[in-house]
Each structure stands twice: as C-alpha cells, then as structure tokens.
Design a protein around this ligand. Structure first.
Ligand code: GLY
Ligand code: MN
Ligand code: MN
Length: 437
C-alpha cells in the first residue's frame, strides 16, 4: 500500500459517517493477520471498511469515531518499535499516523480497552460490525458491561447497539471521484493483462503459464495482488464456474476462458474474456460467442440510472433465451424458456454484482422487497455466459463450450462508462490481437 499523501477523501468519509450516525460511538477494527504456517503469514489485506475510512494499511489498528456535539476521530495502532521495524519494516506509530492520516488523536493499540471503557461512557449508541467477528462481539459487550458497572457514579453505557455496516455499505455503494479514478486505473491494468494473455497463448501451453502472464502484468504496474484467484480454464474446464486448478494443458481447437482482475490501491477489477487457444474461432464456437456478446451488449445498454438493478440481467436473459432456441439447446418460445427457466441448464448464474473494494462489493440489491434503481456512481459487473456440458439432448458440436464475457461498468448521468472496454472483445478484435501482436 502506498503512502497516503492526501487524506482529505478519507476524512470526508469519516465526517459523512459521523453525520449519518447522528450520535454515539463507532468502533471499526481492521482485519487480523492470518498465520499460514509456523511464523509465516498469508499476505496481509486490511479490512475494506476500515481502509475506506482511514487509508491506513497496517494491521492491529482500530478506528473510533464519536458523533454528536463532540465529533472526534481516534486511531489506535501499533507503537513505533525500532527492533521490530528492523525485521518487519516501518510503522507509523500513533503520532506519525495521526499526522499523516489526519486523525484528531491516536493512541497505542495496547491502550484500546482502557480508553474505550472511558469513551463508551455516556454514549447513547455503539456502532460496530455486529456479528462479523465473535471475539469483537465478546470484548465490546464485556466493555459495555464494565461501563454499566459504573452506573452508581452516574456514567451510562450505550443502550443501543447498531451494525455500522448498514451505514457504511450504502456509502461504499456510491463511488466518489477518488474511487472512480482508482477503479479506472485498476481496470486499465487488467485490460492490459487480458491482452497480454491473448498475445501469449498457444496450443500445448499449460493454463498456469497463461496465469503467470496475467500476474506479471498486474504486478509490473503496481497492482501486487489479483482481486480474486484467477480462473484460467481451457476447454471443458470453462464449464466449471469456479475452476481455479489452472493446471491443464491447452488444446488446439479449444476455447480458453480467463476470469482475472487485479486489485489496485484496495479496489478490484473483474474481467472475463474467452478466446480460441489457436487464435481462430471455429464456426460452432463463434455461434455461441456471438450470442453471449449480444446478451452482454443488451445488458450493458440496460445499465443506466433509474433502471432497476435487475434490468441488465433481464435484458441478457432474453437474448440468451432466443440464442439457446436458435442453437437447439432449448425448445419453445422465448417466453416459455424464461418461464420454465430451461435456460438455467446453460446459464445458471446472475449477470453481475456490485464491484468496489471487494470484488463482490457491499450494498443491498433490494430495498425492502423491490430491486433497487441504479444510481450515478454505482459500479457493477456485466457478465453473461453460456456453459454447455456434454448431454444427449445437446448437439455434439457444442459440447464443452464454456463462454463468459465480463466487463466493469460505472453508472453515469449519461448512462454508463465501461471501465474495461480496452480488453479485446469482438471476434474480429480477438482474432486480430492473436494474429498480429
Ligand atoms: N470473478 C468473480 C466474479 O466474476 O464474480
Ligand atoms: Mn464478476
Ligand atoms: Mn469475474
């Protein structure tokens, strides 16, 4: 994680959260480090909510916000430790963090319980990620009991407990300009990686060789991690939706489905492209591909402000249903295929999800029991597909064709912006890239 030289966006978010809380105290911890084995840890990834409000990437840190007449932001973090810093690297320490990230105050993490016991006193409400971590539930409830025990000296404990994620999830759903800019850059790096994979791929390689090209391209642009485990699925493997084995040989005549995106500065990108291992679509592959591409175009057109969340999915389904009938995969009319859901044999997932700091980002899809309308600043994926497993009822020429096409879409006042449009997508573009570059 790079240094934050400008903490204004994070401070603005803290102020907005405090306004939404109206009164009370919020306690938002970052993620714990997780041991892999012996004294080795998994790559550290901060908690997204915590990072959204702080920009602070060190483990062992907690943000406390106080709302009401007195507004305050307080960070608890690791102390400076010259000896540990020789081994593990730089730590800001409370004073450095306070100055660099714009908190009103900062204290050593070791003082958390003692200070929290004071800070909880006379606060009407306690906001935290309720139920996200059993040990936090237990320690905050215990601290609240300790405050309650002081009632004879006139100090009251918070009577209300609220899940702070109800407020934060809705804030994160609408991306501000700072976030949009990072997501554009993440998307551009991932587009380059898909292009690189297309240029590199040849029959006889292993899926992991192509995966290595993706990771190389992410990393050399400063996106040190993928946003999720890359799917590099040749031939029939593409019909396994969450295939991550990535260790099979790529056959001449097969398609290769790649679902891969980098994480940059805490934001995900999420792209799928499907292309022929040998650089040329067969007639059957092309027939299916054009249907999925048309479904995606219809879905992207439906991704605009005011349309319901489900509109892109519905638009994609209509095109896919007609295509499946034309290919003799489904029988009957579009209406009957949609009604009976017979399309689900070949298209069993939904057409997208919110995208942001998490690849499957936070935010409700329904308000009450109604799909929510799309709004400017929301970011979603549009990812229809078609997965044809061998079956007696399916024309043999289509067996083991698995195709998904996925882009990242920002809802704008004019409609939308496809953040990932530079990843080659039409049959012509793909065949050209694979021939010339
Ligand atoms: N790569 C995860 C997804 O497409 O949902
Ligand atoms: Mn996705
Ligand atoms: Mn994906």
């Amino acid at each position: 994680m790079q240094d934050m030289t400008d903490f204004a966006p994070f401070q603005q978010r803290r102020n907005r959260l405090v306004e939404k809380m109206k009164h009370g105290i919020a306690v938002i911890p970052t993620a714990p480090e997780v041991a892999r084995n012996a004294d080795t840890h998994y790559d550290y990834r901060h908690d997204s909510h915590f990072h959204y409000l702080t920009g602070f990437a060190e483990p062992e840190a907690v943000l406390v916000l106080i709302a009401g007449d007195r507004m305050e932001s307080i960070l608890f973090c690791r102390e400076k430790n010259p000896e540990r810093e020789v081994w593990d690297g730089f730590r800001y320490g409370p004073d450095g963090a306070s100055e660099k990230f714009g908190f009103d105050a900062a204290y050593p993490i070791a003082q958390l319980d003692e200070k929290l016991a004071e800070l909880l006193g006379n606060q009407p409400a306690l906001f935290y990620p309720v139920g996200a971590d059993a040990s936090w539930d237990a320690s905050l409830l215990k601290l609240r009991e300790a405050v309650k025990a002081k009632s004879r000296s006139g100090i009251r404990a918070p009577s209300e407990i609220r899940d702070v994620r109800e407020l934060l999830d809705e804030m994160r759903l609408l991306k501000d300009g700072f976030e949009q800019d990072i997501m554009r850059r993440a998307a551009a790096i991932s587009c380059g990686a898909h292009r690189r994979a297309m240029c590199f791929t040849r029959p006889g390689q292993f899926e992991y060789e192509v995966e290595a090209e993706l990771l190389h391209e992410f990393c050399r642009h400063g996106a040190r991690q993928p946003a999720y485990t890359s799917i590099v699925a040749g031939g029939a493997n593409a019909c396994t939706l969450h295939y991550v084995g990535n260790d099979a040989r790529l056959n001449d005549g097969d398609l290769l489905l790649i679902d891969a995106g980098c994480e940059l500065d805490s934001y995900a990108s999420d792209i799928t492209r499907t292309f022929p291992v040998n650089g040329k679509f067969s007639p059957a592959q092309k027939d299916v591909y054009e249907i999925v591409l048309a479904a995606q175009a219809a879905a992207i057109s439906a991704a605009r402000p005011g349309n319901l969340w489900v509109a892109p999915h519905d638009a994609a389904l209509r095109v896919l249903a007609q295509g499946f009938i034309d290919l003799k995969l489904c029988q009957g009319s579009v209406e009957s295929v949609l009604e009976s859901e017979s399309y689900k044999q070949f298209y069993m997932h939904r057409t997208g999800h919110w995208l942001g700091m998490d690849v499957h980002d936070v935010g409700e899809y329904k308000i009450g029991d109604q799909w929510r309308p799309l709004q400017v600043g929301m970011t979603l994926t549009v990812e229809p597909g078609c997965y044809i497993r061998p079956s007696d009822s399916v024309p043999k020429a289509l067996w083991n064709i698995g195709i998904r096409i996925e882009d990242d879409v920002l809802i704008t006042a004019k409609g939308n912006e496809v953040l990932t449009q530079d990843a080659p997508k039409t049959v012509k573009e793909i065949e050209e890239v694979m021939r010339h570059e």
